[in-house]
Design a protein around this ligand. Structure first.
Ligand code: ADP
Ligand code: MG
Length: 403
């Protein structure tokens, strides 16, 4: 089961004069050799600053793109080192390999408080293969290992998993923050607690629903996936995105949730259109009034009003997946209105809000509320696996590490 018990924070370790290998996820968006979105770098920077201020020699490990185990200039981390230097306001040295003589010399040349970034881990096939020898070659570079990359912790790679066998291993500040936020929403939430699960398809979120129903008081289902539930209840959803093959699954989810005393909340009306494009004419439909040539593209105004009422009584909200096809107006209405209501309650100290998922983050950004949520995870796959209740190898390895 996913939990954070047994994970040691680097905040509690003595790092002065030590060489600390920090695994970050600096796989940032880049165009023409320039970083176009520094969000990941900005989130990671405080970990580096803290280590520097405590007198450590900081050596940063990361992957970038998918060079498939071969050196490829296109995937060099050198521009990312420059971008990190700007955010930190201090020099970041760069070594053009992450293991071997080049890396070793660069590490040995470091003084306390200096920062070095090593070239893309994935230039070596041993990284994704979790090759023991490659992990050892990384480990010889440092005294301590820190994982500060939640978003790659669902992968058992040499730099997230294998290396912990050879070095005392800790969670970095941003990993710790992410684990604490997810744990606060999932392991021991203040109740009543609800998960809002939306997005396109039920089929991709069955393990999520099964794990959540054991932990949440309510699961609010929205987005395209709600359509399959509506089908299961005998509603005609017209041309909506739905998965008839998963109607039985939806029924089983509803039955099992009932056994778990978890209420499944479905939309009570819908916003429909005949086409999914900008300027399409949208109409509000009752659940048994969806025209056969129309699609449900968002929850309707009654559902939005009901959900806002519901939020008032909650203490914790965990959110993954938009309530509608938010990419095109006005089908972002449900997502935006509920996001703003949840953000306002969070700001007022009445609700803990934890959200994640690629499209969810985009939708919350568009609604302008990301900063008002308690925590927004930018990790895609790792966030979903955590919601599924899986133990992430990169987190598990930190607990087992007694090197
Ligand atoms: P996340 O990336 O946050 O995990 P998902 O990928 O599961 O979220 O779902 C996001 C997608 O779901 C978006 O592309 C959105 O357009 C789509 N979606 C939501 N509601 C509907 C709907 N009613 N009909 C069609 N697509 C929908
Ligand atoms: Mg998505």
């Amino acid at each position: 089961m996913s939990s954070i018990e047994g994970v040691k924070s680097i905040a509690d370790a003595d790092v002065s004069g030590k060489t600390v290998l920090v695994r970050a996820d600096l796989n940032v968006p880049m165009e023409d050799g320039r970083v176009t979105d520094a969000t990941r770098i900005e989130r990671f920077a405080p970990t580096v600053t803290d280590l520097v201020e405590r007198g450590a020699k900081v050596v940063i490990l990361s992957h970038f793109g998918r060079p498939k185990g071969q050196r490829d200039k296109k995937f060099s981390l050198a521009p990312v080192a420059d971008a990190l230097a700007k955010v930190l306001g201090r020099e970041v040295k760069f070594a053009s390999d992450c293991v071997g003589e080049l890396a070793e010399k660069a590490v040995w040349a470091l003084s306390d408080g200096e920062v070095l970034m090593l070239e893309n881990l994935r230039f070596h096939p041993g990284e994704t293969e979790n090759d023991e020898n490659f992990a050892r070659r990384l480990a010889v570079l440092g005294d301590l290992y820190v994982n500060d990359a939640f978003s790659v912790s669902h992968r058992a790679h040499a730099s997230t998993y294998g290396i912990t066998k050879f070095l005392p291993s800790y969670a970095g500040l941003s990993l710790m923050k992410e684990l604490e936020a997810l744990s606060a929403a999932l392991d021991d939430p203040q109740r009543p607690t609800a998960a809002l699960v939306g997005g396109a398809k039920v089929s991709t979120k069955i393990p999520v629903l099964e794990n959540l129903m054991a932990r949440m008081d309510q699961i609010i289902v929205g987005g395209g996936m709600a359509n399959t539930f509506l089908l299961a209840l005998g509603h005609d959803v017209g041309k909506s995105l739905a998965e008839p093959d998963f109607v039985d699954t939806a029924r089983a989810v509803m039955d099992k949730a009932r056994e778990n005393n978890c209420e499944i909340v479905l939309p009570s009306d819908a916003t429909c259109a005949k086409e999914f494009k900008a300027g399409a004419e949208a109409e509000v439909c009752a659940l048994d009034g969806v025209p056969s040539d129309s699609m449900i593209l968002d929850v309707g105004p009654q559902s939005i009003a009901d959900l806002k009422m519901r939020l008032q009584d909650l203490k914790t909200l965990l959110w993954n997946g938009p309530l509608g096809a938010f990419e095109i107006e006005p089908f972002d209405t449900g997502t935006v209105e509920i996001a703003r209501a949840a953000a306002a309650l969070t700001k007022a100290g009445k609700l803990v809000t934890v959200a994640g998922g690629g499209d969810t983050v985009a939708a919350l950004n568009a609604a302008g509320v990301t900063g008002d949520f308690t925590y927004v995870s930018t990790a895609g796959g790792a966030f979903l696996e955590w919601l599924e209740g899986k133990e992430l190898p990169g987190v598990a390895a930190l607990k087992q590490s007694d090197a």
